[in-house]
Design a protein around this ligand. Structure first.
Ligand code: FE2
Ligand code: FE2
Length: 193
């Protein structure tokens, strides 16, 4: 019999997602606190963490939560899900730019701020409009919560493996003073040729 040390049974999907929203919000608050005094490494690590968390969160919503919600909610809920999908695109676009930009980019802090505000807006719509609609359906929120938690754990452990390499590489690059990683104000396509 398989025993899981991280017991994910009995987690309500909506509470699970709300808890994640709070954690991400807390990371943005931490950035606000360090942005003027923190060194570049601190900022870069915190922003990398924010981007990773948002990427994983978007992924589990898009692959598990939104499709389940889509099958369950009525027309109004469908529109909210369409909007949420578009908002995720914008979030991922800003995340992509931040991941490419060096902390010395003059628009770096502004990029984090816009990401923070946009995330807050998106989260408010999920929690205040979409989740109440989902709550009215007969979706099994406990089973869904368990799926979300399991997928979250998988993605986190994959991410830890890749970010260990990534962080070492990032530090080395900064040491060499490369200014060509990308920028907040230009399209990411620049870095692909
Ligand atoms: Fe979302
Ligand atoms: Fe969310």
């Amino acid at each position: 019999m398989m025993e899981n040390s991280n017991d994910t049974r009995g987690i309500n999907a909506l509470e699970f997602l709300e808890h994640k929203h709070d954690e991400i919000d807390e990371l943005f608050s931490q950035f606000e606190e360090i942005k003027d005094n923190g060194d570049d490494t601190q900022k870069e690590e915190l922003v990398a963490r924010i981007c990773e968390e948002l990427t994983i969160h978007a992924k589990i919503e898009e692959t598990i939560f939104y499709p389940a919600a889509r099958r369950a909610v009525q027309e109004q809920g469908q529109e909210l899900l369409d909007e949420a999908a578009v908002e995720h695109q914008t979030l991922k676009d800003i995340v992509g730019r931040l991941e490419m930009a060096p902390t010395s980019d003059p628009l770096y802090d502004a990029g984090v701020k816009v990401l923070s505000e946009y995330t807050k807006h998106h989260v408010r719509e999920e929690e205040n409009e979409l989740f109440p609609k989902v709550r009215q359906t007969n979706l099994d929120l406990q089973a869904l919560g368990q799926q979300l938690a399991e997928r979250q754990q998988e993605l986190e452990s994959q991410d830890q493996r890749t970010s260990q390499n990534g962080r070492t590489r990032g530090t080395a690059q900064r040491g060499q003073g490369t200014g060509s990683r990308g920028s907040m104000s230009e399209s990411r396509s620049r870095s692909t040729h």
